[in-house]
Design a protein. Structure first.
Length: 151
């Protein structure tokens, strides 16, 4: 009986480790700008069906945005981040060129922002986020809770 329990516990612990490796964003690892852009475009495609050219163009806009965010957000440049968001949104607006599609895009951004806020609130009630509530490690708190869209 003890042997069976030990095997069962080992299998459960192993499967938990495998699950954490499958979801790097949950395990505290960085997702590449390319992967983040693809994830967002996939979510957008669920709402509005984009052709390949539009889908690729939105992905490029988000990849460039995420790469620039990695550079400027760590320095606490709030104004630069705002400009990056505006540039990204203007590019996407030009690509979509349809008011209904752009409105859906804006709503998706808003929904994802609300979802992240809810997750932060839940994590806050469970002891803060993974860096102890102090922003990025070694950044003295950085932007704290002022993170911009990063889906």
């Amino acid at each position: 009986m003890k042997r069976l329990s030990l095997i069962l516990v080992s299998v459960v612990l192993f499967s938990i480790g495998i699950h954490a490796q499958d979801r790097p964003e949950q395990a505290g690892e960085q997702i590449s700008p390319q992967q983040r852009a693809e994830n967002f475009v996939n979510k957008l495609n669920e709402k509005i069906h984009l052709n390949k050219v539009k889908s690729d163009s939105v992905a490029i806009a988000f990849k460039n945005f995420y790469e620039a965010m990695q550079t400027y957000q760590t320095d606490g440049n709030v104004e630069v981040v705002k400009l990056l968001v505006q540039r990204r949104d203007k590019t996407v607006q030009n690509v979509l060129a349809n008011d209904d599609q752009y409105a859906t895009y804006v709503k998706l951004l808003d929904d994802l922002k609300k979802q992240r806020q809810q997750q932060r609130e839940q994590n806050g009630s469970q002891g803060g986020h993974r860096n102890g509530g102090m922003g990025r490690p070694g950044m003295g708190g950085g932007m704290g809770g002022m993170r911009q869209p990063g889906f």
